[in-house]
Design a protein around this ligand. Sequence first.
Ligand SMILES: Cc1cc2nc3c(=O)[nH]c(=O)nc-3n(C[C@H](O)[C@H](O)[C@H](O)COP(=O)(O)OP(=O)(O)OC[C@H]3O[C@@H](n4cnc5c(N)ncnc54)[C@H](O)[C@@H]3O)c2cc1C
Length: 394
Amino acid sequence: MTSNRQLGFSLTEGQESFRQSVATFSKNVIAPMAREIDKTDRMPKQVWKLFGDQGYPAMPIPKKYGGTEQGLVEQSIMMEEVTAGGHSPVVIALLEAAALFSQSVNLAGTEKQKQTWLPEIAKGNINAAFALTEPGVGSDPANMHTVARRDGDFYVLSGAKRYVSFAGISDFIMVFAKTDPTAGAKGVSAFMVETSRPGFKIVDNISCIGLRGHQDEEIEFHEVRIPLFNRIGEEGQGLKIALSTLEKTRTTLCGGFIGLARASLEAAIWYAQNRISFGKPLGDFQALRFPIAESEVKIEAARLLTWRAGWLEDQGQPHAFETAQAKIAAGEAMLHAADTAFSVYGGFGGTQKYVVERYYRDAKIWSYAQGSPEMMTEIVARQLLKRQVPEPLI
Ligand SMILES: Cc1cc2nc3c(=O)[nH]c(=O)nc-3n(C[C@H](O)[C@H](O)[C@H](O)COP(=O)(O)OP(=O)(O)OC[C@H]3O[C@@H](n4cnc5c(N)ncnc54)[C@H](O)[C@@H]3O)c2cc1C
């Protein structure tokens, strides 16, 4: 029986040649920098320029505003290949931060706002960041404390944000603040804030276990005056904009997770083939060969879920539920592969003689970006438990 439904798993010729070009770029250009970035905990300035030259910041931006308008599947492929070949997941965080900004403007910006800000990001001239998390608020942003008070044709912004990736090297930040502190989730609005504005301050640069060079900044706003023009969307729509943005960027982030899982898996395979114990390669022992096999299964499953979420976006359909599933699977694949690689290397897995110790550190911290694994599971559970299901037959 033949099916008349179209279902395919292979990339188009264009997607495959793009994938290969990203893999070559990341292997030749990013990989040689990876160790130094981790060691110094600093992101070299030229990385953003290199990405700009490749056109990666332009991918989420419509052609009309100087972008290349590629879908979430293509962006996930790019994220996966940069991470897998570049061995430096942290560099991809630069693109994540910019995509969080661009997607918010795509979603809710006015024509004039898009014309003003997006072309510069597409060219890679401008770094941008996204500030939702606060010192007192992470998973529950509706309870944020940052406020924006209207003052004629301006807003006056006051408060603190934490964990704002690359705020210190950004020109623009998408900031979420309460315009009506009594209205809960419906009281949040979104603002584009230039970091050159008086009253903006970086108060700390938080060093992390992994993704070193990430520059997770703690920032403050002291009565920062922002013109009305910089408000994105209507008052009260801020949280909706943030969540709709995350629905897209979480999907592409999964590509990065899968890339790190692949790098860990390859490192594990190499060691399992080359390290001899009890007169045999480590890969001959079931205790090690099974987790290696399981890593591959998790990676493949995560990629399918990721591409499904990206495909739904291309069909114009909502996919928060599917993206949460993809992020759970991709996070688990990444953590499992990094943990497996560590085990295969034994005691050496935790030394700087081999790269897998960095993968392990990177995987652990990265799994919390753009929403913790528990919150992703909560999104899935919430939907499932609303389902009408029949009582099972005895
Ligand atoms: C690498 C990295 C980059 C980041 N970049 C940015 C950025 O650019 N901009 C930005 O705004 N934020 C950024 N973040 C912050 C990130 O979004 C938050 O870390 C995340 O949302 C979780 O918030 P939290 O860390 O404050 O944890 P909390 O919300 O304090 O939660 C702590 C723990 O409790 C669990 N928990 C909380 N509530 C529940 C619940 N209801 N049910 C079950 N478990 C729960 C969480 O899962 C977590 O394990 C980044 C984080 C990382 C790791």
